[in-house]
Design a protein around this ligand. Structure first.
Ligand SMILES: [Zn+2]
Length: 80
């Protein structure tokens, strides 16, 4: 199957401004836990970190900041 014969992909686009390139995901109430090890010279080296999202996650248009959270599920399915 050539490129030309492929069914057209329906892109996620902002209903307000038509933007289909730039999107912003905003996570609220995030707890970031970072493990540090202190070195003999007194400096600290960060080890593994962990972030935990407690609040809602919103999807926003990168152009006009329209709230696109209704499309967030679809957005995460296409994230790779
Ligand atoms: Zn927009």
């Amino acid at each position: 199957m050539s490129m030309k014969d492929r069914p057209a992909v329906s892109l996620l686009s902002c209903p307000a401004c038509g933007n289909n390139e730039d999107f912003i995901e905003v996570a609220e109430n995030v707890i970031i836990t970072t493990h540090y090890v202190q070195n003999p010279d007194g400096s600290f080296t960060p080890g593994e970190d962990n972030s935990q999202i407690l609040g809602p996650v919103r999807l926003i248009c990168g152009e006009c900041e329209e709230d696109l959270t209704a499309f967030h599920h679809r957005f995460t399915e296409m994230l790779f």
